[in-house]
Design a protein around this ligand. Structure first.
Ligand code: PLP
Length: 399
């Protein structure tokens, strides 16, 4: 008899996650992994932050029983996330018109938000930028949405195509769930400024779009408060909106799956009703979130000294990335590369869209052992003082 799986095809591996396997299998000493989506330090490792190590030890010593935590997550954690997003004394926090639930990373927050808006509010169309982090489209699709797109990046000018973005957003049907990268756009590294965000807010109001801000890199552009600019502008606008935030990057807690979904409504009463639906979404997906990552983050965010120490460590990561952007641009200039790479210093976050073609990226891996995503995205964290000159020479060779 035929197996139920006999007609199941093999899907391709995730193009980004599979790069690391190829990198590890490469025997060359000169190899460089620019494909990862994780912070790496000067030695090519993802460090454990001091504040995380201290929290891990304290939590281990507390020998707390491993009971279920609430479906919405650790209550103190949820409150601290809100304060980090909007500011302690912000009207959104004090009025209690937002609800926050702990999620399985930023990914889990996106999934919860999509489910909430589908089941509780009847939304059926979702939109993401072109290009975007590929999972946006997959999560929307698997949550039952018809997936639409809005233009964002102009390859010709190496920059944001804001006019096209606005034009496309205005064409979306009312009640479209629009995923917006709140800062450090992945993969391009180009963000909107305050005036542009205000225009987007006006369009969302006018066209009755539902904004879903994805804030996966808070602290990687300019600082914790600076990087919540978009979130705070939306909070001031009076619009209903959602935020998917994550501590994967800002705490190097990738494997602990720690993030949050925050839903901003018009009143405390609405927020409580929304929270009741989020409990159901959580239950039908995974029942309850895990506690460990939440306890680490909670411990740091709730203590001013630890918070300050974290901010310092985060600034260290941010500044190393900025220095590597500058170093790459400088090296490219110094060797007289065919293309000016100074645009790399204008992009924000972990990634840079280099404009390298898929064929050039293939040559980088086969001839030089340098691994990047075929769309030309590099993770700037893969660069360090030891390899940046080699990477620049290799880029110049394939240009
Ligand atoms: N959103 C964007 C734009 C991302 O780049 C990522 C991670 O790469 C995420 C969300 C999700 O991060 P995580 O689920 O690991 O917290």
């Amino acid at each position: 008899t035929d197996s139920v799986f006999s007609s199941v095809s093999t899907l391709p591996d995730d193009p980004i996650l599979s790069l690391t396997g190829k990198f590890l299998a490469d025997p060359r000493d000169c190899k460089v992994n620019l494909g990862v989506g994780m912070y790496l330090d000067e030695n090519g490792v993802t460090p454990v932050l001091d504040v995380v190590r201290e929290a891990e030890e304290a939590i281990a010593l507390s020998h707390r029983p491993h009971t279920y935590i609430p479906q919405t997550g650790l209550p103190l954690y949820d409150r601290l996330v809100q304060e980090l997003l909007f500011g302690k004394d912000s009207e959104v926090v004090t009025s209690k018109r937002a609800c926050t639930v702990q999620s399985l990373g930023g990914t889990g927050a996106l999934k919860l938000g999509c489910d909430l808006m589908y089941w509780a509010c009847g939304l059926r169309v979702g939109a993401a930028s072109v290009p975007t982090w590929g999972n946006h489209n997959d999560i929307l699709e698997r949550s039952g949405y018809t997936v639409a797109a809005y233009r964002y990046y102009d390859a010709g000018t190496h920059g944001l195509n804001f006019e096209a973005m606005c034009e496309d957003l205005k064409k979306l049907p009312a009640k479209t769930l629009v995923i917006l990268h709140a800062c450090c756009h992945n993969p391009t590294g180009y963000d909107l400024d305050a005036n542009q965000w205000s225009e987007i807010i006006d369009i969302c109001k006018h066209c009755q779009l539902v904004p879903f801000l994805d804030l996966a890199y808070q602290g990687f552009k300019a600082g914790l408060e600076e990087d919540s600019l978009a979130v705070r502008l939306f909070a001031d606008s009076g619009l209903d909106f959602l935020v998917a935030s994550s501590f994967s990057k800002s705490f190097n807690l990738y494997s602990e799956r720690i993030g949050a979904l925050t839903v901003v409504t018009h009143s405390e009463n609405e927020a409580l009703r929304v929270a009741s639906h989020l409990k159901c979404c959580a239950r039908a997906n995974y029942s309850n979130p895990a506690a460990f990552g939440g306890r680490i983050v909670e411990r740091v965010l709730s203590d001013p000294d630890k918070f300050a120490h974290w901010e310092k460590e985060l600034a260290g990561m941010r500044n190393r990335i900025l220095a590597m952007r500058q170093a790459l641009a400088d090296e490219m200039r110094a060797i007289g590369a065919k293309r000016d790479f100074s645009f790399v210093t204008e992009q924000a976050g972990m990634f840079s869209f280099t404009g390298l073609t898929p064929e050039q990226v293939d040559r980088l891996s086969s001839e030089f052992g340098i691994y990047a995503v075929r769309n030309g995205r590099i993770c700037v964290c893969g660069l360090n003082r030891k390899n940046v000159a080699y990477v620049a020479r290799s880029f110049a060779a394939v240009l």
